[in-house]
Design a protein around this ligand. Structure first.
Ligand SMILES: NC(=O)C1=CN([C@@H]2O[C@H](COP(=O)(O)OP(=O)(O)OC[C@H]3O[C@@H](n4cnc5c(N)ncnc54)[C@H](O)[C@@H]3O)[C@@H](O)[C@H]2O)C=CC1
Ligand SMILES: O=C(O)CCC(=O)C(=O)O
Length: 451
C-alpha cells in the first residue's frame, strides 16, 4: 500500500477492502468516506499505518449469523435471517441498534457497525460498536407475530450479548414494542434483569429522553453549526425526510426552536405542507405512525396538502434539510437542487443518507454539512446514559438527561471543529468527525496490543 500520497493511499486501501468483499457496496461507501478524510492525518501519523489499525478496523471482531424460524397467525412457518456484527470493542462493550427491514444484509449491517464505532467514540462514553438485525419486515404484521419473531430472534441472540459484552438497541423497524418483546425473552432465558438492551420502557429500566434523543440531538448539532455563521432555527423553513422515530422528534425540536417543518416522508412518498407542521399536526403523525402504523399519505388526505407520490422531499425549497429516513436518500442531483434552492445547512439524522456525490457537492458548496456519525450520535449517547443509570440502579430526571444530551452534542460539535477546520476557516465536519472518532479507538487498540 502506497503510504506517501493520499489519493493513491485511498485507492489502494479501497482495492484491499473491495477485493475481500466485492459485493458489499454500502460497506465500501462507508469505508471510503472515512478513509478519504483520514488519509492526510494517517500519512502524518504513520504509527497507525504501521500497526495496521485501519485494516483491523474494517474487519469485524466477530459476525454472528443465524436462522430465525417463526409462525404467523395462520400457522404458516417463515424463516428469516438474523445477524449481529460485533465490530470493535476497543473502548467498551459492543453497542448499536438492531434493524428489522427486508433490505437487511451483511453489507448494510457492516456499514452501520463501522459508522457506529466512530460515532460511539465521538460521544466520549465507553462504548464499542456493533449492529444487528434481520430481513424480517414488521410491516403489516400483527403484534403477536412481531412478538413471536422477537422471541425466536432473541433465543439465539441471547447467547452472544450481555450488559458487559454487547448491548443492542433499536433502529429502523425496532422501537419500544420490539425492545419490550426482546427484553422479556432475554430475561426469561437468562433469569436476570440487567441493562442488556437500551431503549427500554421507563417503567422497566429505560431512560427518559431516549425516544427523543436522536431527533433532538440532530437538531442540537444543527443549532451549533448554525451558530458558527450567526444563524438559528428561528423562522427557517426545514425539510425533513422520514416519519419514524428520528424524524418525529427532530420535527418536535425544530418546532420548539421556532422553525417551520414543511415536509415528512415514508418509503411510499412525501407530504408538503407549506403552512408548516404544528404541534397538533405532529400529534396526528405520531398517532398515525406509532399506533395505527399507517402511511404518510393519510396526512395529506386529512389536512388537504400535497402528496408527492414515490418522491423524496428534496425538490422543496428549504433553508435547512434534515434527512431522517434511511441510507442513500439524497443523491448528487438532489444535493445540487437543495443548494441551488438556498439550503444553508444539512444535518444527517439518518445513517449515511447522502451518497458520496451528495457529500462532495455539499462540501464543495461550503454549506454547513453535519454527517450522521456526528449529527445523529445523540441516540446512542442517551443509550450510554441509560446503561449508566442501570448500573447505578437509579433514574435521572428528564431535564438531567436532556442537559447531558445537549452538552454531549456540543462537545461533538467542538471535536469536529477541532479536527475539521481547514486553513481557510471552513469547517469540514466530515473530516472532523472521522478523525475525532478515529483517534480514541485507534489509540486504545494500540494500547491493547495486537488483538
Ligand atoms: N432510532 C435511533 O435511535 C437511531 C436511528 N438512526 C438512523 O435514523 C434513520 C431512521 O431510523 P428510525 O427513525 O429509528 O426508524 P423508524 O423505523 O422509526 O423510521 C424509519 C423511517 O424511514 C422510512 N423509510 C424506511 N425505508 C425507507 C426508504 N427506502 N425510503 C424512504 N423512507 C424510508 C420509514 O417509512 C420511516 O418513516 C435510520 O437511518 C437509522 O439508522 C440513527 C441513529 C439512532
Ligand atoms: O442506541 C443505540 O445503541 C444505537 C443507536 C443506533 O443504532 C445508531 O446510532 O445508529
Amino acid at each position: 500500500m502506497n503510504i506517501n500520497d493520499p489519493k493513491t493511499f485511498v485507492d489502494d486501501f479501497m482495492q484491499y477492502v473491495k477485493t475481500k468483499d466485492p459485493l458489499q457496496y454500502e460497506f465500501h461507501q462507508a469505508v471510503e468516506e472515512v478513509v478519504e478524510s483520514l488519509s492526510d492525518f494517517l500519512l502524518k501519523n504513520p504509527r497507525y499505518l504501521h500497526s495496521k489499525i485501519l485494516e483491523r478496523m474494517v474487519e469485524p471482531e466477530r459476525i454472528i449469523q443465524f436462522r430465525v424460524p417463526w409462525a404467523d397467525d395462520q400457522g404458516n412457518i417463515h424463516i428469516n435471517r438474523g445477524y449481529r456484527i460485533e465490530m470493535n470493542s476497543a473502548i467498551g462493550p459492543y453497542k448499536g441498534g438492531l434493524r428489522f427491514h427486508p433490505t437487511v444484509n451483511q453489507s448494510i449491517l457492516k456499514f452501520l457497525a463501522f459508522e457506529q464505532v466512530l460515532k460511539n467514540s465521538l460521544t466520549s462514553l465507553p462504548m464499542g460498536g456493533g449492529k444487528g438485525g434481520s430481513d424480517f419486515d414488521p410491516k403489516n404484521k400483527s403484534d403477536s407475530e412481531v412478538m413471536r419473531f422477537c422471541q425466536s430472534f432473541m433465543t439465539e441472540l441471547a447467547r452472544h450479548i450481555g450488559q458487559y459484552t454487547d448491548v443492542p438497541a433499536g433502529d429502523i423497524g425496532v422501537g419500544g414494542r420490539e425492545i419490550g418483546y426482546l427484553f422479556g425473552q432475554y430475561k426469561r432465558l437468562r433469569n436476570e434483569f440487567t441493562g442488556v438492551l437500551t431503549g427500554k420502557g421507563v417503567e422497566w429500566g429505560g431512560s427518559l429522553i431516549r425516544p427523543e434523543a436522536t431527533g433532538y440531538g440532530t437538531v442540537y448539532f444543527a443549532k451549533e453549526m448554525l451558530e458558527t455563521i450567526g444563524e438559528s432555527f428561528e423562522n427557517k423553513v426545514v425539510a425533513i425526510s422520514g416519519s419514524g422515530n428520528v424524524a418525529q422528534f427532530a420535527a418536535e425540536k425544530v418546532i420548539e426552536l421556532g422553525g417551520k417543518v414543511v415536509t415528512l416522508s415514508d418509503s411510499s412518498g412525501s407530504i408538503y405542507d407549506p403552512d408548516g407542521i404544528d404541534r397538533k399536526k405532529l400529534d396526528f403523525i405520531m398517532e398515525l405512525k406509532n399506533i395505527h402504523r399507517g402511511r404518510i399519505r393519510e396526512y395529506a388526505d386529512k389536512f388537504g396538502v400535497s402528496y408527492l407520490d414515490k418522491q423524496r422531499p428534496w425538490s422543496i425549497k428549504c433553508d435547512i434539510a434534515l434527512p431522517c429516513a434511511t441510507e442513500n436518500e439524497i443523491n448528487g442531483e438532489e444535493a445540487k437542487t437543495l443548494v441551488e434552492n438556498g439550503c444553508i445547512a444539512v444535518a444527517e439524522g439518518a445513517n449515511m443518507p447522502s451518497t458520496m456525490d451528495a457529500v462532495h457537492h455539499f462540501l464543495n458548496s461550503k454549506i454547513l454539512f453535519g454527517p450522521g456519525k456526528a449529527a445523529n450520535a445523540g441516540g446512542v449517547a442517551v443509550s450510554g446514559l441509560e446503561m449508566t443509570q442501570n448500573s447505578m440502579r437509579l433514574a435521572w430526571s428528564r431535564e438531567e438527561v436532556d442537559n447531558k444530551l445537549h452538552s454531549i452534542m456540543k462537545n461533538i460539535h467542538q471535536m469536529c471543529v477541532k479536527y475539521g477546520t481547514e486553513s481557510n476557516g471552513f469547517v469540514n465536519y466530515v473530516k472532523g468527525a472521522n478523525i475525532g472518532g478515529f483517534v480514541k479507538v485507534a489509540n486504545s487498540m494500540m494500547a491493547q496490543g495486537l488483538v
